[in-house]
Design a protein around this ligand. Structure first.
Ligand code: ADP
Ligand code: MG
Length: 270
């Protein structure tokens, strides 16, 4: 879906690169966790994948097209959609259906197709029935699902969630993750930027950024199995409890502290 080779990026006016020699591949259909401290370069990397920024060095290709070229940049802008942290900043329409129609209208699609896409996106995100509701009246969780619906209406192949759950209450977060889980099951590539390791239970691969460089990359289970976590990351409480019970001999030591069963139990959508 997306391949970065030795990508570096420095913002104009800055002497230190925000991204420094990053190579990674995000496979089509994967649910990829992008982790790291504030300022480690996660959002910059997301902007590079969506071709909002062009690498200063190295190359980024989306669906096989180099984003440094016009055709590749257009491809990336259509194939990759982003949902950001603050739901308030992502609403452009007065009503739910106007908001979701904004993207397909900009693509110049026929009215009938716009209507079909809006209906589909609202169904997918559990907002069906709220078509004519004013957007200001929605809850935070509903607003984030509206942002996802707006993203879906342009029919992307990859959805980047840039700390999209940070401002939500537990219920709103669980509902949003359930929507993402259902989209992923049906083939959506998801790049999940978060601080909360309990949200990455379904991510197969993870990458940790530190100071713009890749500090760690590999299967999510391996990351959660590490005896000590660095880079400002914290193990989910249930995994810590599990480990402590094992340490005290209260649980069979053969049970993996980050077994799939525990991770699934951790996932807020269950
Ligand atoms: P993260 O999303 O992991 O918090 P960012 O990608 O936002 O990290 O930031 C990476 C680095 O780039 C930080 O040092 C940040 O200060 C810097 N940075 C981010 N956006 C800009 C910008 N628009 N102009 C200049 N520097 C920026
Ligand atoms: Mg960020």
């Amino acid at each position: 879906m997306c391949a970065l080779r030795e990508v570096s990026f420095t913002y104009s006016g800055s002497d230190t690169p925000a991204i420094d020699g990053v190579s990674l591949t995000i496979r089509r259909g994967s649910w990829f966790a992008l982790l790291g401290n504030n300022g480690s370069g996660k959002s910059t990397l997301a902007r590079i994948i969506k071709a909002l920024l062009t690498p200063t060095q190295g190359s980024c290709s989306v669906c096989g097209c180099d984003t440094a070229e016009d055709e590749g940049a257009l491809e990336a802008s259509r194939r990759v959609a982003m949902v950001f942290q603050n739901p308030e900043n992502q609403i452009v329409g007065a009503t739910v259906e106007q908001d979701v129609a904004f993207g397909p209208e900009n693509l110049g699609l026929p009215t009938a197709e716009i209507g079909e896409r809006v209906a589909w996106a609202l169904e997918e995100t559990g907002l069906k029935g709220l078509e004519t509701s004013p957007t200001y009246a929605l809850s935070g969780g509903q607003k984030q699902r509206l942002a996802v619906a707006g993203a879906l209406a342009i029919m992307p192949q990859c959805l980047i969630l840039d700390e999209a759950t940070t401002m939500l209450d537990p219920q709103g977060r669980a509902h949003l993750l359930e929507v993402i889980r259902s989209l992923h099951r049906r083939g959506m590539t998801v790049v999940h930027i978060t601080h909360r390791l309990e949200e990455i239970a379904y991510c197969t691969e993870a990458c940790v950024l530190d100071g713009g460089r890749i500090a760690w990359q590999g299967p999510t289970l391996d990351l959660l199995s590490k005896p000590e976590l660095e880079w400002g990351l914290e193990l989910p409480p249930v995994v810590r409890l599990w480990r402590e019970l094992q340490r005290q001999g209260m649980l069979d030591a053969s049970v993996h502290p980050a077994s799939v069963e525990i991770l699934e139990a951790l996932c807020p959508s269950r």
